[in-house]
Write a protein that binds this ligand. Structure first.
Ligand code: F0G
Length: 350
């Protein structure tokens, strides 16, 4: 039986004897050597952290398992969150597993189909609001302030505590921290959590160093890069369609303390990276996830030398989450009769 994150990393997590140990098998995700993509940028130690292999298909499960366990420990019966999709999928699944109710607030028309499917299937109360993520989050916060429900957005401190375990796994597997960690940035919780994880592991003597944190926002939703709130964020990568991130200052700190950078990548660069990942590495990640690879390719084009460096790109969510994006950016099936002769002809086989 898979131990789950609470069991495996309990020494590093704020759990007590009375914290329920729940798990859907989150964590322990593959770190895949991307040899072909690495060759394109002259880097023979490029790795992809496949967070889409978590139970609900995204990294959110790492934080959600702890947030739900702590909500249970506190006697809460209902959790609430705003979400661009993945947080709500995870909250809905873990709430179902734990026997709690979930209320999720999502921006109408901007949540990928797979994620919408998940919240419905898991029986959450789904409120699809006429507003963007930032507005949905303001509502969720205000409701959680006035009612006895637990907010499970990344303002909830247990979320980031759970998410930092991904950094532990990277170090456990590589034997040390990488030189660079490339990661998409939306609400900026994950970059904050990884940075915390790397620092804690170094302080514990598990790593000799910490990586440069390289964060990537979508160009039309890049508040940190532009140093101002974006009131109408726009990007094909709906997961990171966020204009006023909660962990803004923490992300800036992670960038500066690590000697890293936060930059913007265009939708074209994101989709190109998304297709490249699928076609050259066999890895199907959702568009927002591909921002990490789009950023890496951009830094390479701009002259950053990755030879002899160890680089990890975090692929935050599974490509199946967003079938509409996948179909829009892929060739159509070839329609042909089942006759082998007709198929041979289409394939050009003599
Ligand atoms: N990648 C994916 C697939 C995401 O779903 C998110 C955030 C991010 C990257 C960015 O991570 O917010 O920690 O900087 N999704 C949130 C949600 C906002 O509601 O599911 P972040």
């Amino acid at each position: 039986m898979k131990q789950g994150l609470i069991g495996k990393y309990r020494a590093y997590l704020p759990v007590t004897g009375s914290t329920p140990v729940i798990t859907l098998g989150e964590g322990d995700t593959p770190l895949v050597h991307a040899a072909r993509l690495g060759r394109e940028i002259g880097c023979d130690q490029l790795f992809l952290k496949l967070e889409g292999c978590n139970p609900t298909g995204s990294f959110k499960d790492r934080g959600m398992v702890l947030a739900l366990a702590k909500a249970m420990e506190a006697g809460s019966t209902t959790v609430i969150c705003a979400s661009t999709g993945n947080t709500s999928s995870s909250a809905a699944a873990y709430a179902a597993h734990a026997g709690l109710r979930a209320v999720v607030i999502i921006p109408h028309g901007y949540v990928a189909l797979g994620k919408l499917t998940q919240v419905l299937v898991h029986g959450a109360v789904v409120l699809s609001v006429n507003g963007n993520f930032d507005e949905a989050l303001a509502s969720a916060r205000s409701l959680a302030d006035s009612y006895p429900v637990t907010l499970v957005n990344s303002i909830n401190p247990f979320r980031l505590e759970g998410q930092k375990t991904a950094a532990f796994e990277v170090v456990d597997e590589l034997g040390d921290a990488p030189d660079y960690l490339c990661i998409p940035v939306g609400n900026a919780g994950n970059i904050t959590a990884y940075w915390r994880g790397f620092r804690e592991y170094k302080a514990a003597g598990k790593a000799q160093r910490t990586p440069h944190m390289m964060g990537f926002e979508a160009l039309g939703a890049a508040p940190i890069v532009n140093d101002r709130v974006i009131t109408k964020p726009a990007t094909v990568a709906t997961a990171i369609r966020i204009g006023n991130p909660v962990n803004w200052q923490n992300a800036v700190r992670a960038r500066d303390e690590s000697g890293g950078t936060i930059q913007a990548v265009s939708d074209e660069e994101i989709i190109k990276a998304y297709q490249t990942l699928a076609a050259t590495e066999g890895v199907f990640a959702e568009p927002a996830s591909a921002a990490s690879v789009a950023g890496l390719l951009k830094l390479h084009r701009e002259g950053l030398d990755f030879s002899g460096k160890r680089v990890v790109c975090v692929l935050t969510g599974n490509g199946l989450k967003d079938p509409d994006a996948a179909i829009a950016h892929s060739p159509r099936p070839i329609e042909v009769s089942a006759d082998p002769a007709a198929i041979r002809e289409v394939l050009g086989w003599e």
